[in-house]
Design a protein around this ligand. Structure first.
Ligand code: ARG
Length: 484
């Protein structure tokens, strides 16, 4: 019999011809799935526990296998895993290392399981770990925004619609808008985590394990809520990857909106913000420059995240049940967003270091008739219908524009010339403080409302922290090497 050139692979028996060498390299996933070493070892330990319970492994064999898997998980530098030339994927790598250590006992581990359920499990563990890291990053940034909002006190700035000055708001109110976005982002991660936290182990290649395994053993050991309910779905489901990438797309979008505003407000034209030097760069050509590279890069990153989500959606489209090798392609998209937790950490530290030019912001909030809505509301309180009040204040603005002054510099007689409902109390009704405080509704920028919102935001961010910590603690798995 001719020597089988494929021996050493996990599937050589039925093959006569060797693999085309270029194809062999091209289809390998080890160059990227090396990141799953910790997850693969943890899932293998859980599988071994099920095998022992089913009587396939003795207690002694189980102990040997589990110890060897721990050693493999922690004993390899990532480069050594990545550059291993003989393994096809991370599952093969671990099997090779196991047999190096334990001989034939290493080969016993694959009893009653398939790589299809292994990768489905490893990827879920990986995404779950990343969700926890991203949630931690969101929390840190939300806390930094709340602290900054609190420190801003009664500082004011213009708000914009259509990027035209609209009404004055508290700087705190503006910052808390971002906290809302992050709280939603955290909730999305939480939902997704609960939805995906089921264990595929025991699903076999497609139809379920061929041994009567107690699947709850693995589910429990790996911190899953329960075993998955359908083997065909479990081995081919990557919805959790897509949902994860979509949830991160929102985070990317929110980060990019913040980044854009900071970039804009740090221009000489706005002059609202001093960029922290520690997070800015200079120009090799223009000596005077301090460039907002951090916010520019953050503004762009969502492109990658959304691209990964789009790629996975295309990869999943039209896939017949159950496992198909197409699914291997979803892995690199998953890993493409690994930068998100560290981006959020940077954003938190950057936010803490921002400095406001409060005088400039205040000045901007007081010029350009940002109190016109408050002025119209004044007339409403005098019994004028809003439509007419709008018209009257429009005329007052026109007059002020012609004179080159703000509304509060018009004389009472000039105002009365436009409408008889103006009184001396008009001027206090359109002061900056009154303009802020007339927005006295929940969610509005009146100073007492923002104070209350701040208190609430703090509590909600603290709750977010507690949830993230609880989930993270439940998701910690012995043997998973998070630092690889
Ligand atoms: N590297 C493969 C993947 O990521 C593992 C599963 C291989 N299964 C198979 N039937 N060839 O999808």
């Amino acid at each position: 019999m001719a020597e089988n050139k494929n021996s050493g692979k996990m599937w050589s028996g039925r093959f006569r011809d060797p693999l085309d060498e270029a194809f062999e390299q091209w289809q390998r996933s080890l160059p990227f799935d090396w990141r799953l070493l910790g997850e693969e070892c943890a899932a293998s330990k859980a599988h071994a526990a099920m095998l022992a319970e089913a009587g396939i492994l003795s207690t002694e064999e189980l102990a040997q296998l589990r110890a060897a898997l721990d050693a493999i998980a922690t004993g390899h530098e990532s480069a050594a895993v990545r550059e291993n030339a003989s393994a096809e994927d991370i599952h093969h790598f671990v099997e090779l290392k196991l047999t190096e250590k334990l001989g034939p006992l290493g080969l016993k581990l694959h009893t009653g399981r398939s790589r299809n359920e292994q990768i489905a499990t490893d990827l879920r563990l990986y995404v779950r770990r990343q969700i926890d890291a991203v949630a931690g990053g969101l929390l840190g940034w939300a806390a930094a925004l709340v602290a900054k909002a609190e420190a801003a006190g009664d500082a004011v700035m213009p708000s914009y619609t259509h990027l035209q000055r609209a009404e004055p708001v508290l700087v705190a109110h503006w910052l808390l808008a971002y906290v809302e976005m992050l709280i939603r982002d955290a909730a999305r991660l939480r939902d997704l985590r609960a939805r995906m936290n089921f264990c595929p182990l025991g699903s076999g290649a497609v139809a379920g394990a061929t041994l009567r395994l107690d699947r709850s053993i693995a589910a429990h050991e790996l911190g899953f809520t329960a075993p998955t309910a359908n083997s065909m779905d479990a081995t081919s489901d990557r919805d959790f990857v897509l949902e994860y990438l979509q949830a991160l797309t929102f985070i990317g979008l929110h980060s990019s909106r913040f980044a854009e505003e900071i970039t804009l407000y740090a221009t000489a034209e706005f002059g609202f913000i001093q960029l922290p030097e520690a997070f800015s760069t200079g120009s090799s050509a223009m000596p005077q420059k301090k460039n907002p590279d951090l916010t520019e890069l953050v503004r762009a990153k969502v492109g990658r995240i959304n691209a990964a989500a789009q790629a996975v959606a295309m990869q999943l489209k039209g896939l017949p049940l159950a496992y198909n090798k197409d699914l291997q392609e979803t892995q690199e998209q998953t890993f493409a967003v690994d930068f998100v937790p560290s981006m959020l950490e940077l954003l938190a530290r950057f936010t803490a270091k921002l400095e406001w030019n409060t005088a400039q912001m205040r000045q901007a909030a007081q010029s350009g008739y940002l109190n016109a809505m408050a002025a119209a509301t004044y007339l409403v309180h005098k019994g004028v219908p809003f439509r007419s009040a709008h018209e009257i204040i429009g005329k007052a603005v026109r007059l002020a524009l012609d004179k080159g002054v703000e509304l509060n510099a018009l004389g009472l007689d000039e105002l009365r010339g436009i409408n008889e409902n103006f009184d001396a109390d008009f001027f206090s009704a359109i002061s900056l403080d009154a303009t802020l405080d007339c927005h006295d509704v929940p969610g509005g920028t009146a100073r007492p409302r923002v104070k209350a919102a701040m208190k609430l935001a703090k509590e909600r961010v603290a709750a977010m922290g507690k949830e993230a910590a609880d989930a993270g603690a439940k998701g910690k798995i012995a043997g998973c090497n998070a630092d690889l």
